[in-house]
Design a protein around this ligand. Structure first.
Ligand SMILES: Nc1ncnc2c1ncn2[C@@H]1O[C@H](COP(=O)(O)OP(=O)(O)OP(=O)(O)O)[C@@H](O)[C@H]1O
Length: 205
């Protein structure tokens, strides 16, 4: 369960985020939209525990994973090492997760030899191999063409249904939000506030 009771968050003298409450249960995906620069990444960094300089209270699981806009792979490490080193998982677990995301046989490849879509699959494998109880996704599939996004969305839906982390997805993409979010909210204003949109129930959530 993710629980954030935020009173305010400032960058320097600028108050970026105003009061808001966020609660996300296991298996739920809260999709957050909002214009560029509104504070989506700032909010995710707070929930991830990467930014503790805010006024409010956060309760979040320790087993956490993030999938960023860029796949953030270490270029001088093999695909397999890019999963085992940051997560400290066993090589067999990493191999099984690579097969799960459709990359069996790519264990020894270098990140530079992968397409962007394949690199994003490695990032997904790295995120799910440790069975996170909280997953934060920030524009996870930007810069991919529609076919590749659709495959990755199906894969991500399956992984979430199987592992059931509490998920927050920040995105500009209607396709991403429609496919993955079980609840939607929109950030607007300065300081930004969060408005919850329609509630939809999804099988398995
Ligand atoms: N470390 C920082 N120091 C100062 N200002 C910052 C910092 N990080 C972000 N900001 C400012 O805070 C505001 C929110 O930024 P943030 O990156 O959270 O927006 P965003 O909604 O994620 O944008 P985008 O959709 O373009 O990624 C912006 O005005 C940005 O310039």
């Amino acid at each position: 369960m993710i629980s954030l009771d935020l009173r305010s968050k400032a960058h320097g003298r600028t108050q970026v985020l105003g009061p808001m409450r966020i609660e996300v249960a296991p298996g739920e995906v809260l999709g957050i939209s909002g214009p560029s620069g509104i504070g989506k990444s700032t909010l995710l960094r707070i929930v991830a525990g990467l930014d503790t300089r805010f006024d409010g209270r956060l309760d979040a699981p320790a087993e956490r994973a993030m999938v960023f806009q860029s796949p953030t792979l270490l270029p001088w490490r093999s695909v397999l090492d890019n999963i085992t080193i940051p997560t400290q998982c066993r090589p067999e677990a990493a191999r099984a997760m690579l097969a799960r995301v459709g990359l069996a046989g790519h264990e020894a490849a270098w990140p530079g030899q992968l397409s962007l879509g394949q690199a994003r699959r490695v990032a997904l494998a790295r995120a799910f191999v440790g069975t996170p109880r909280m997953l934060l996704m920030d524009e996870p599939f930007s810069s991919l063409d529609a076919d590749r996004i659709s495959d990755l969305l199906t894969l991500t839906q399956d992984l979430i249904a199987q592992h059931r982390p509490a998920v927050i997805l920040a995105s500009h993409s209607a396709a991403e939000l429609d496919a993955l979010a079980t609840r939607r909210a929109h950030l607007s204003g300065r300081p930004a506030h969060l408005d919850y949109l329609e509630t939809r129930l999804r099988a398995g959530s």
